[in-house]
Design a protein around this ligand. Structure first.
Ligand code: BYC
Ligand code: FE
Ligand code: FE
Length: 481
C-alpha cells in the first residue's frame, strides 16, 4: 500500500499504514512516553509552553507537503513519513547490483544495517540536546522559530530511525531504540556516538555554523543511505532530505546575515581594516576573523564525521548494497568499484600527498570530497555578500589536514593552509585559527535576547523574506509568560 497523504487519525501520524500494523503501533506507542520525557528534559529549555509557528508535514509530495500553524512543541505531531515506494526499484550498486531492492532486512547484513541506522538515529536527538539552551538568547523571534523548527524535525528524524528499528529488528531493535533515549550529548558515561555531537553549541553563531556544516554532513550521509538497497531506509531518507534543506537554509542565511551586518556596520563607522577587531567589536557586531575561526572549528569537526579516508566499513557497506555514493545512480561506471582507484590525501614521510587507493575503500574520502565541494559553494555565496560591501576580506575553508581527530591527519598538527607544524608552534598560534576563550566570551556577551516582533539583535541583519511569506513583524513565537 502506498499513501502519499499522512494519516493524522492515529496518535502517531504516518503514511505507512500503522493502523493495520498493530504490533508495530503498540511498540511505538510504548516508546512514545519515554520520547516525550526525553523531549521535556532535553528539548528547548524554557519554551515548552510557548506557541511556535511551525510547519508540519501533511503529505510526502515534495511540492506542498507543509502546513503552518501555532503549536506547543511537546504537542508537535511527530510522525513516520516515508517517500512513496518506487515500482520495480533495484539494488543499484555493490555485489547485488540489479537484484530487486529488499523490502526486508537481508539476514547476512543485519548487524551492519542496524549499526548504520543506530548511528544515524543517535545524531538526531544529540543535536536537540546541544541546542537546548539557545532559545533564551535568540536574536529575534524569526530566528527562535527557525531553531525550534529544526529541533522538532530532528526529533522526527529520531522517530524515523526508531520506526525502522522497531519494524525490522525485533527485540534488539527495541533495545537500540531505548538506548537512543538514554545516551546524552557530552555525557561522561553515556555520550552520543560521534565526536561532533558531544561538542557544545554555546552561541548562535555556532548554531548557524552547525546547521551549515554539520547538518550538511547529515545531507551527504542521508543521500548515501537514500541509495540503499534496503528500500524502507531509502524511502525514509528521501523524505528526511526534504526537511534537511530548511536546516541548511537556516545555517547559510544565518551566517550570511551575520557577515552582512558586520560589513554594513564597518562601512557606516568608516572602519576599513577587517583585522581591527577591537574597533569592529565595539560596534556590537562579530568581526570577520572571528567568524572565520568559528567556520574553521565547525568545518573540521564535521569532516571528522565522514570517518577514516580509507575504511573497510565503508567498502563493506557498499559491497552489501546498503550505503551508496552521493548521486550513485547518476554516476557512469560499473557501480561495483572492483577495479578503479580514487585519490586520497595521506601523510607520507611528514608531508601531505595524494595517493591512489582502491575506490572501494576510499568511499568515505569520496563522500567527504563531495561534501567539501558543496560547502565551498556556500562559502562563495558568503564572500559575495562581503564583496558587495567592499570590505577587503574573504572567508575560506581550511585545509583538511587542519585540526582533525579522525583519519589520516589525526596525529599531526597543521596550519589552516595544510602546512605541517610542530606542537609548540600549534600551541603558540592556535588561538589565531580556532575560537579562543576570549572570542567565546565576547560572542556570549553579545547574545542578548530580542523578543519584540520584527526586531533583531545588533549583530545580525534581518532576513529578506519571512517564513511562509509572513510580514517582517510577524509574531513567530508567542512566548508563554
Ligand atoms: N566520532 O571505518 P571508519 C546528521 C568510528 S549527521 C566517533 O573510520 P566508517 C545530523 C566508527 O564508528 C549524519 N567515532 O568509519 C546532522 C568505527 O567504530 P567501530 C549521521 C567515529 O564506519 C546535524 C571506527 O571509528 N549519519 O544526520 O566507515 C543534526 C572506524 O570507522 C567517528 C551517519 O553518519 C567519529 N566522527 O564511517 C542532526 C550515517 N568516525 O564501529 C543530524 C551512518 C568514525 O569500529 N554512519 N568513527 O566501533 C556511517 O555511515 C559511518 O558509521 C560513519 C563512519 C560515516 C559515521
Ligand atoms: Fe536530521
Ligand atoms: Fe538536520
Amino acid at each position: 500500500m502506498d499513501i502519499v497523504n499522512v494519516d493524522y487519525s492515529t496518535k502517531i501520524p504516518n503514511n505507512v499504514g500503522l493502523t493495520e500494523d498493530r504490533r508495530i503501533l503498540r511498540a511505538l506507542e510504548s516508546w512514545h512516553p519515554g520520547y516525550l520525557d526525553w523531549w521535556m528534559d532535553m528539548g528547548p529549555e524554557g519554551f515548552q509552553e510557548s506557541l511556535v509557528y511551525l510547519r508540519t508535514a501533511v503529505s510526502v509530495d515534495p511540492k506542498g507537503w507543509a502546513k503552518f500553524d501555532y503549536v506547543r512543541m511537546p504537542e508537535y505531531r511527530w510522525g513516520i513519513l516515508l517517500a512513496p515506494q518506487e515500482e520495480g526499484r533495484k539494488v543499484n550498486f555493490g555485489q547485488h547490483l540489479g537484484e530487486p531492492a529488499w523490502q526486508d532486512v537481508p539476514g547476512e547484513y543485519r548487524a551492519m544495517l542496524r549499526r548504520l541506522i543506530v548511528i544515524q538515529g543517535d545524531t538526531e536527538p544529540a543535536s536537540v540536546e546541544q541546542q537546548r539552551h539557545l532559545g533564551t538568547t535568540a536574536p529575534s523571534l524569526y530566528d527562535m522559530r527557525n531553531l525550534f523548527q529544526v529541533n522538532v524535525e530532528e526529533g522526527r528524524h529520531l522517530w524515523a530511525m526508531v520506526y525502522l528499528l522497531h519494524k525490522y529488528f525485533g527485540r534488539d531493535g527495541r533495545d537500540e531504540a531505548d538506548d537512543l533515549l538514554r545516551r546524552r550529548s557530552g555525557s561522561e558515561d553515556a555520550p552520543r556516538m560521534l565526536g561532533a555531537f558531544n561538542e557544545a553549541t554555546p552561541d548562535w553563531l555556532s548554531f548557524f555554523m552547525f546547521t551549515f556544516f554539520t547538518d550538511r554532513d547529515g545531507k551527504m550521509q542521508l543521500e548515501s543511505l537514500a541509495q540503499s538497497g534496503f528500500d524502507p531506509l531509502s524511502r525514509t531518507c528521501r523524505f528526511m532530505l526534504t526537511e534537511e534543506a530548511h536546516h541548511m537554509f537556516v545555517g547559510e542565511t544565518g551566517v550570511g546575515r551575520t557577515v552582512q551586518r558586520t560589513c554594513e556596520a564597518m562601512k557606516a563607522a568608516g572602519i576599513a581594516d577587517p583585522f581591527d577587531t577591537e574597533k569592529v567589536r565595539a560596534l556590537g557586531v562579530i568581526d570577520l576573523p572571528t567568524i572565520q575561526k568559528k567556520l574553521n572549528l565547525h568545518y573540521t569537526l564535521s569532516l571528522d564525521l565522514f570517518g577514516s579516508e580509507v575504511s573497510t566499513n565503508a567498502a563493506n557497506a557498499y559491497n552489501a548494497g546498503l550505503k551508496g555514493r552521493f548521486m550513485e545512480t547518476k554516476i557512469e561506471d560499473d557501480h561495483r568499484l572492483e577495479a578503479s582507484n580514487y585519490p586520497v590525501l595521506k601523510m607520507v614521510d611528514g608531508a601531505v600527498k595524494l595517493i591512489d587507493e582502491p575506490a572501494l575503500t576510499a568511499l568515505n574520502m569520496r563522500l567527504r570530497d563531495d561534501y567539501t565541494a558543496d560547502c565551498a559553494k556556500g562559502v562563495e555565496r558568503w564572500n559575495k555578500i562581503i564583496e558587495k560591501t567592499g570590505v577587503p576580506f574573504r572567508l575560506a575553508l581550511p585545509h583538511v589536514a587542519f585540526h582533525r581527530q579522525i583519519g589520516e591527519f589525526r596525529n599531526v598538527k597543521a596550519r589552516p593552509t595544510g602546512e605541517v607544524i610542530d606542537g609548540a608552534t600549534w600551541e603558540r598560534e592556535k588561538d589565531n585559527w580556532l575560537p579562543s576563550k576570549s572570542d567565546g566570551d565576547f560572542i556570549v556577551e553579545l547574545m542578548k535576547p530580542v523578543v519584540e516582533p520584527g526586531e533583531f539583535a545588533s549583530w545580525i541583519a534581518s532576513p529578506k523574506v519571512g517564513i511562509d511569506n509572513k510580514p517582517g513583524d510577524f509574531e513567530y513565537v508567542k512566548i508563554a509568560a
